[in-house]
Design a protein around this ligand. Structure first.
Ligand code: AR6
Length: 167
């Protein structure tokens, strides 16, 4: 299986890239973004400042500072506003653009958090379905990606992903 579901702190993983659920400013924040900047140290913020910012659904890459991962792919999820503002397509773009960036940088193992499902309020069941339905076909057609880890911090997300992937 190229996909695994784990209940972990994403900052502890020794993978080629961990994905950050950032905001458009790339200046850090709460949730997983805060945890990543705390664990990785201040060099990450410096790199983010150089990049400048990131649009919703897009992705950018930095090093991972003091964390065991090699890189951080920062992507910006949509703020959930009822579903009528293209939120689903934008969340799909987060997963697809992060994977494209990973391929462009020859990264083979990637860990995703549950983008959008915390502060940004995206319904967890819909977000999990979008994540799996975007990542699965992408990596089936992209042999350079060896492993994708879905890192579920809370039990509800873990159960949703386990059900989607293992029934
Ligand atoms: N490891 C893995 N997952 C985590 C961790 C962790 N250490 N900490 C939290 N999560 P959120 P969003 C989960 O709010 O909804 C920030 O302020 C968390 O349980 O981090 O995309 C940014 O700067 C949830 O399931 O991201 C933005 O302003 C998931 O990560 C805004 O929040 C995503 O929750 C982005 O909001």
């Amino acid at each position: 299986m190229k996909i695994e579901v784990l209940q972990e702190d994403i900052t502890t993983l020794a993978v080629d890239a961990i994905v950050n659920a950032a905001n458009k400013t790339l200046r850090g924040g709460g949730g997983v973004d805060g945890a990543i900047h705390r664990a990785g140290g201040k060099d990450i913020l410096e790199e983010c400042k150089q990049i400048g910012g990131c649009e919703t659904g897009e992705a950018v890459i930095t090093t991972a500072g003091k964390m065991p991962a090699r890189h951080i792919i920062h992507t910006v999820g949509p703020i959930w506003n009822g579903g009528g503002q293209d939120e689903e397509r934008l969340l799909k773009n987060c997963y697809a653009n992060s994977l494209r960036l990973a391929v462009d940088h020859d990264l083979q193992t990637i860990a995703f958090p549950n983008i959008g499902t915390g502060v940004y309020g995206f319904p967890k069941d819909r977000a999990a379905r979008i994540a799996v339905e975007t990542v699965e076909p992408f990596i089936n057609e992209e042999p350079s990606i060896e492993k994708v880890l879905f890192i579920c911090f809370d039990q509800e997300n873990y159960d949703l992903y386990a059900e989607l992937l293992h029934g």
